[in-house]
Design a protein around this ligand. Structure first.
Ligand SMILES: C[S@@+](CC[C@H](N)C(=O)[O-])C[C@H]1O[C@@H](n2cnc3c(N)ncnc32)[C@H](O)[C@@H]1O
Length: 342
């Protein structure tokens, strides 16, 4: 998924920094407390770490549950006994006029005040049919909890591939783009199996940090005022499938007020300091680029209060969520601020 702030392309850089900065090599519980797509958690799961992964967004939590928590192959035993292959079955369903169709496709909204085209009519109906079926299987106990999250994670990924947006869900495109015209196909996401400990949370980092401990705390908070709940609101609705009240041209969820203090200039550094102060982790690494709302000197000042500080930096090709926008430079500097807590 093309996720704002995804660390997919700098995983090896994060790894190199950990190799260089963290002394004991055989510990290790790593907490990815702003886990987003889970790529960092997955990378270090593959390397054999115990993982604690968390995100405030539910669609991210679902993905983390589906991809990180399990340490064994998903067998879908109860479905298989009934000769049902979940992917063949879900991909073969007839579409349904559910919440996604009624609110985010042109066919479903053309008689309404706000016409929206986030998905083609066919794909929107299919997303509904698949999501409803997964929920039915769960209710009938035909799938386990992890199978349930895994299937929804696959649906989120597949839906995002056919979404008619420039990248995020702040707006949809006027005409259906090429990829949005393709039929949605639910594909199994790649899983990694290691026999370590995995714990997944869906909490505000400020609350969670007071309850957990480990060796390495990896921080990748939002670094500007672009909010994840509005940018990914439709993925949140597919994950929750809770018939939310929505508003306006883009159909935003009304009751969501998961405002992250990391997106607010006056609050971000206080929030960060609170996290660092309360962290029961020896090593803390913070990814933050040179365009973040907390100045680099401020981060250094905060970290130095709590132990030994070191900063790594690397030029990185810019993430463009909007190709029509002009950016001042086509790269950012990705800092990793490191602290060995005393
Ligand atoms: C820069 S992204 C992380 C990207 C992730 N490392 C990846 O590679 O996919 C920041 C994440 O922090 C989450 N977030 C924002 N505020 C949070 C908070 N207070 N507690 C927990 N998660 C939060 C957002 O939902 C978002 O997924």
């Amino acid at each position: 998924m093309n996720y704002i702030g995804s660390k997919y392309s700098i995983l090896s850089y994060i790894d190199e920094v950990i190799e260089d900065f963290v002394k004991p090599k055989n510990t290790v519980t790593l907490c990815d407390i702003f886990a987003g797509t889970g790529v960092v958690s997955k990378y270090f799961k593959e390397k054999g770490y115990n993982i604690i992964a968390n995100d405030i967004e539910y669609f991210s939590y679902v993905t983390l549950k589906g991809l990180i928590e399990n340490s064994d192959e998903l067998k879908f035993e109860k479905l298989t006994k009934k000769h049902i292959d979940p992917f063949i079955c879900l991909n073969g369903l007839n579409g349904k006029k559910g919440f996604i169709y009624r609110n985010y496709s042109l066919g479903g909204t053309n008689k309404k005040e706000f016409k929206r085209q986030y998905f083609s009519d066919e794909n929107a109906r299919k997303i509904d049919a698949i999501r409803i079926k997964i929920e039915k299987w769960k209710k009938k106990k035909l799938i386990t909890e992890l199978e349930y999250y895994y299937l929804i994670a696959c649906l989120i990924e597949a839906s995002d591939k056919v979404a008619n947006t420039a990248s995020v869900y702040e707006a949809f495109l006027k005409d259906l783009k090429k990829s949005a015209l393709k039929p949605i196909i639910l594909t199994p996401l790649e899983l990694v199996f290691k026999n370590k400990k995995y714990k997944i949370y869906n909490e505000d980092s400020k609350d969670l940090i007071r309850k957990i401990k480990g060796d390495i705390l990896y921080l990748d908070p939002p670094y500007n005022n672009r909010k994840y709940d509005t940018n990914y609101h439709i993925l949140e609705t597919i994950a929750l499938y809770d018939n939310p009240k929505i508003k306006g041209k883009t159909g935003l969820r009304i009751e969501d007020t998961k405002k992250s203090n990391y997106c607010i200039k006056d609050k971000a550094s206080l929030e960060l300091e609170d996290l660092i102060k309360n962290a029961k982790f020896k090593y803390i690494l913070l990814s933050y680029n040179d365009e973040g709302i907390i100045p680099i000197k401020k981060i250094e000042e905060i970290m130095k209060k709590y132990g030994k500080y070191k900063r790594y930096e690397k030029r990185h090709k810019r993430y463009k969520s909007d190709n029509s926008r002009e950016y001042k430079k086509n790269y950012t500097i990705e800092y990793i601020h490191c602290l060995e807590k005393e």
